[in-house]
Design a protein around this ligand. Structure first.
Ligand code: CAA
Length: 295
């Protein structure tokens, strides 16, 4: 594989482009918004700068990585030479089905089509294409250049050869892939989201405050981030979408999203990306500041 096309220039898309480009792949990063593409290139550069500062890569590695990424606002031309397409668009089934139909029409016949979806059925996505055996989940974790895990999700019709190729490719990227079956939330979010949801309820019911909840999990369980900070980091809209997939997919109300989460998403408080969630990220400084609502 040489040519990788990444669809979606958000947090996950730019991270995925970053790791492929750093390994020497030719990456086309596609988004409908030129502003999003420009911002993504800036983020990749900033993250490469950090790696240079930490002496993990050289200035020459940084320059080579940046040279390996080109951008496009046209999906059809962006995928036309792809060996692998990794879709990392917004977490909405209707959007993903539309995108996969377009990719299937424009990408070479032998290209593998992967989705970075965090919970939407790979089998459903594959059904929008004429190549279900070549459709697979490749679920990276944020921050992509740092987190080692890739969940490799086999849809109902994914061929064994395609799975083997994606497992090998993930290892080549320096990641640790694990094979997962295609059920709601796969493995990671089936376990993570109930934990985050319980943290939302713990706050909502007034059992403890924002900092107290996060301190419990950081210092009591050794988590690098508390669950509320992690939810802000993931995006509260993403958490809500995944909880709904779990609730509907299993038909089990135990996954019902906490009303506080629902309200925060309705208010546009989506976490770090909008400047406020459980914490407020607008001030300078590195210290976490609890959002006014919860102070
Ligand atoms: N790009 C490149 N490198 C980065 C980076 C980025 N965006 N962000 C941090 N780093 C590197 C730093 O350079 C640093 O490297 P060294 O250890 O070699 O010095 C290392 O990561 C740690 O960074 P910091 O010291 O700045 O900060 P930290 O110790 O607080 O770690 C963190 C930051 C890695 C994000 C850590 O807090 C963490 O692991 N948090 C939990 C992240 C997590 O759970 N992610 C999964 C979210 S769920 C998901 O993504 C999937 C889903 O479907 C919802």
């Amino acid at each position: 594989m040489k040519n990788i096309t990444v669809i979606g220039a958000g947090t996950m898309g730019n991270g995925i482009a970053h790791v492929f480009a750093m390994k020497g792949f030719a990456v086309v990063l596609v988004d409908i918004s030129q502003a999003a593409l420009d911002k993504a290139l800036g983020t990749i550069e900033k993250n490469l700068d950090r790696m240079v500062r930490k002496e993990k890569i050289s200035e020459a590695d940084k320059a080579a990585t940046l040279r390996n990424v080109v951008t496009s606002t046209d999906l059809a031309s962006g995928v036309k030479n792809a060996d692998l397409v990794v879709e990392a668009a917004t977490e909405r089934l209707d959007l993903k089905l539309k995108i996969f139909k377009q990719i299937d029409e424009a990408a070479p016949e032998n290209a593998i089509l992967a989705s970075n979806t965090s919970s939407i059925s790979i089998t459903k996505i594959a059904a929008a294409t004429n190549r279900p055996e070549k459709v697979i989940g490749m679920h990276f974790f944020n921050p992509v250049p740092v987190m080692k895990l890739v969940e490799v999700i086999n849809g109902y019709g994914t061929s064994k050869a395609v799975t083997a190729e994606i497992m090998e490719l993930s290892e080549h990227l320096g990641k640790v892939p694990v094979e997962i079956k295609d059920y709601p939330g796969f493995a990671a979010n089936r376990m993570l989201m109930p934990l985050l949801n319980e943290a939302f309820y713990t706050l909502y019911e007034g059992v403890a405050g924002v900092q107290e909840i996060d301190t419990v999990m950081k210092l009591g369980m050794g988590h690098p981030m508390g669950p509320l900070q992690l939810a802000d980091f993931v995006g509260l809209d993403v958490c809500l979408a995944i909880l709904n997939v779990l609730k509907d997919g299993f038909g089990n109300p135990k996954y019902a999203p906490c009303p506080l989460l629902v309200n925060m998403v309705a208010a546009g408080k989506l976490g770090r990306k909008t400047g406020e969630g459980f914490y407020n990220y607008q001030g300078a400084g590195k210290d976490l500041v609890v959002a006014e609502q919860f102070a």
